[in-house]
Design a protein around this ligand. Sequence first.
Ligand code: GTP
Length: 233
Amino acid sequence: MVKYKKILLKLSGEALAGDKKTGIDPATVSNICEAIKKLHEKDVRVAIVVGGGNFWRGRDGYTMERTTSDYMGMLATTINALALQEALEAKGVQTRVQTAIEMREIAEPYIKRKAIRHLEKNRVVIFGAGTGNPFFTTDTAAALRAAEIGAEVILLAKTIDGVYSADPKKDKTAEKYDKITYLDILNKDLKVMDSTATSLCRDNNIPLVVFGIDEPENMVKIIEGENIGTIVE
Ligand code: GTP
């Protein structure tokens, strides 16, 4: 028995970089994909939104328009989507990549009904290029796609193992929450996701589980109903 049958997994770009912090670490990607394969074997429908911060962290230090910087980020997410596709298929997991900006030679364009069809056929669907619009984060893309495909939950992979009252690296008194509401996140400005993504999840009643990706097996435990990380409802 699994707790959720259709999930949206949000991976940051950095999650794919491992200790290198930049680029793609094959062993790290392989570990993450091994856990995704286990979800797949449990008949969980898995859609993925991946970030791009391992290749492009924004325009800091560069003179450029926000829009240009954001488009560069969307291209970075597409690189990561292709890397995940290859790693999953090497493990025998069928996948489809869909991008929010058309790049037909590289991947399918995002079509909601086709994405749902792929999920029904038990293919892992990987969404690249964020929402396709500048000024939106990949967290917002995750919230949007989760709402569109009717995901029961978003699994938000972080380098930290849940939501804390303050930054535990800076504040020793920071406490981890087991459960919290979207309103708390907005009111306490907890920086779990940006406010657009948070509002989108809240308005559409999509729960979120924030967990540490250092142990990819956490995903499997969450699906099996273990209380890992922080649940946001
Ligand atoms: P079903 O017909 O529902 O089984 O889906 P399918 O994805 O197997 O069928 P389709 O014929 O659409 O796709 C066959 C292959 O071509 C898959 O690997 C798709 O990812 C790929 N594909 C489909 N459309 C595009 C596209 O616009 N661009 C690229 N690059 N690949 C595509």
